[in-house]
Design a protein around this ligand. Structure first.
Ligand SMILES: [Zn+2]
Length: 167
């Protein structure tokens, strides 16, 4: 009896900590970040808030349409002058030195691929067509743009939405 009592107290003490870790995990999981080769992951508070909002709205929108969950993938964040030199050398036409990516207010979200959430409660999710996911992402961004939360540029060559925060 003494033993069970001790175990219960221990779990009880750790519970708030575990809940916090779980919530942190949930907040983090609204988007995923691709391996960034030409930028470093840093954003202003407003841009970070916007990114999280896009990720969350996208998941909510998929759910309301009865589509399986996918996370957006961030492909570019902050570029340093050194990164831009490297990009220019590799012949990237968008690598201008006064690029919005230099101010940590802008990031790119790809529409060519999504981070599919594979399982929930041991059930395997079916894939959603990429064209459908791209449309839903487009709707989410259009809504946020209408609310004056961001500027959105559609980039054909890099297959991404180039997003600048207004928050
Ligand atoms: Zn961009």
């Amino acid at each position: 009896m003494q033993y069970f009592h001790t175990v219960f107290i221990t779990i009880h003490e750790f519970l708030p900590f575990l809940v916090r870790v779980y919530l942190l995990y949930c907040v983090k999981s609204h988007y995923s970040i691709a391996k960034l080769t030409h930028s470093i992951p840093y954003l202003t508070d407003g841009a970070a808030e916007l990114l999280d909002m896009i990720g969350k709205n996208f998941l909510d929108s998929l759910e309301s349409k009865g589509l399986n969950p996918n996370r957006i993938i961030v492909t570019s964040v902050l570029r340093t002058q050194e990164d831009i030199k490297k990009l220019q050398r590799s012949g990237n036409p968008n690598a201008v030195s006064n690029s919005a990516h230099c101010y940590a207010t802008t990031f790119d979200i790809t529409y060519a691929r999504f981070d599919k959430i594979k399982y929930r409660n041991f059930l395997r999710y079916e894939s959603v067509e990429k064209a459908i996911l791209k449309n839903v992402l487009g709707e989410v961004l259009r809504d946020l743009r209408k609310q004056n939360k961001c500027y959105v540029k559609y980039e054909v060559k890099q297959r991404c939405f180039h997003i600048t925060t207004r928050m």
